[in-house]
Design a protein around this ligand. Structure first.
Ligand code: ADP
Length: 261
């Protein structure tokens, strides 16, 4: 347990460091983007220079996207938690995820039989699913299947490999499984570290899973991962259930259109 606490603290300070760097970088990148814009406008008479500058702007835009992603979990003020039914959240991202993973990978969504309501920022939930789906896609270059499952689970406080440890109780559970290449234990150990990646330069940033980790733990949840080389990987995300139950949970669904509409 001490080992795990130590690990969690290390992760937290790494996260803060990364957040600080991201913030400064974002400001610097904004300056680069701005001046590149000016330069592009002024380079009308020189198509070669203009093309080069356009590449600079595209790269800087990408970099800003990354720093912004990193900032989403270090700057809590933009987070707007609300009651979200995981079944609905899954249904809403389905199209986006299908487009992300491509036609060679089959997406299977298994909603829970009843609404599973958590208190979370819907945008952040999408971000989690998107990051996990991108990793699953990269792990299945020759195709396979990605299974998304919503449900609840009873935790007894002694779950293996849970990061961080959660008090015993009933939780919402989101499970994401792929039939990809899997990971050896020495990779699994490091996947939540900011900037850890095994992907080639330019493909991986190493920020996907640290973002997921940050969002989940900020929301009072935890996650674990099971992976076997050559077989696949399963991520399980546990989130506190919202206080609403029964009829109130049903009210968390979008209102039916008014009659006659
Ligand atoms: P990135 O995707 O930019 O590398 P992540 O933090 O999202 O950064 O992932 C870190 C590493 O974890 C990846 O480089 C990969 O080695 C491993 N990984 C994550 N998800 C999977 C998966 N579903 N299957 C196999 N390996 C994975």
């Amino acid at each position: 347990l001490e080992e795990r606490t130590h690990q969690a603290q290390r992760m937290e300070s790494l996260g803060k460091l990364a957040g600080g760097i991201a913030h400064d970088f974002n400001n610097i990148l904004a300056i680069i983007v701005n001046y590149t814009e000016f330069a592009i406008e002024e380079s009308e008479s020189n198509p070669g220079v203009r093309a080069d500058l356009t590449h600079v702007r595209t790269a800087a835009d990408r970099a800003m996207g990354l720093t912004r992603q990193l900032l989403t979990f270090t700057r809590g003020d933009t987070v707007q938690p609300q009651d979200v039914d995981l079944n609905l959240a899954l249904a809403e991202v389905r199209d986006m995820l299908e487009r992300t993973i491509g036609e060679h990978i089959t997406l299977v969504a298994r909603p829970a039989p009843a609404p599973v309501v958590v208190r979370a920022d819907p945008g952040q939930l999408q971000q989690i699913l998107l990051n996990l789906a991108i990793n699953a896609r990269d792990a299945m270059p020759d195709g396979g299947s990605l299974v998304l499952e919503a449900g609840t689970a009873e935790l007894d406080g002694d779950e293996v490999k849970m990061q961080p440890a959660l008090p015993a109780g009933r939780y919402a559970r989101l499970q994401i499984s792929d039939t990809g290449e899997g990971m050896p234990p020495e990779v699994v150990q490091r996947i939540f570290e900011p900037f850890f990646t095994t992907k080639p330069r330019g493909r991986g940033t190493g920020l996907g899973l640290s973002t997921v980790y940050g969002i989940v733990t900020e929301a009072g949840g935890a996650l674990n991962v099971y992976s076997e080389p050559g077989v696949g990987t399963t991520f399980r995300i546990y989130l506190p259930l919202a206080a609403v139950t029964g009829e109130a949970a049903v009210a968390a669904r979008p209102a039916a259109p008014p009659p006659g509409d």
